[in-house]
Design a protein. Sequence first.
Length: 154
Amino acid sequence: MTNPIIKPTTSDDVAGLTAVLDGTKLFPSDMLSDMLAPALAGETEAFWLSCHHGGQAVGLCYTVPEELATGTWNMLALAVRPDLQGKGLGAALVSAAEQHLKDNGQRILIVETSGTDDFALTRKFYAQNGYEEEARIRDFWADGDDKVIFRKAL
């Protein structure tokens, strides 16, 4: 696959990102416009990146600063359209987010996910991209569903 284009999300990306969310079920796509609004208006440090392939937005990354911490950020959402997963687009989004944070003097990026078997590939993805499992909170999401926190120093 040719190199994807990663850039800050704009309102023009909403239709493509809605399809990404509908396909991945990461969160309900009807939440997207409200979630994006502060970033599009320049009212927050949090940032959204979109991955473009074939002229349309096919992936997203949403990263926010951790409150009461210096230089620590949390990647709250990462998704790629299901038919394009496994082709390096997610890794490109993560790399772009990391570079943006490095360029702005930030220190740490964390990612929180589930410890269930359904998220085994997600945990493998982060490990393959240089993240280390830093903590596990047993039964956090539900009984038998741990919160797994990955960390990467920037």
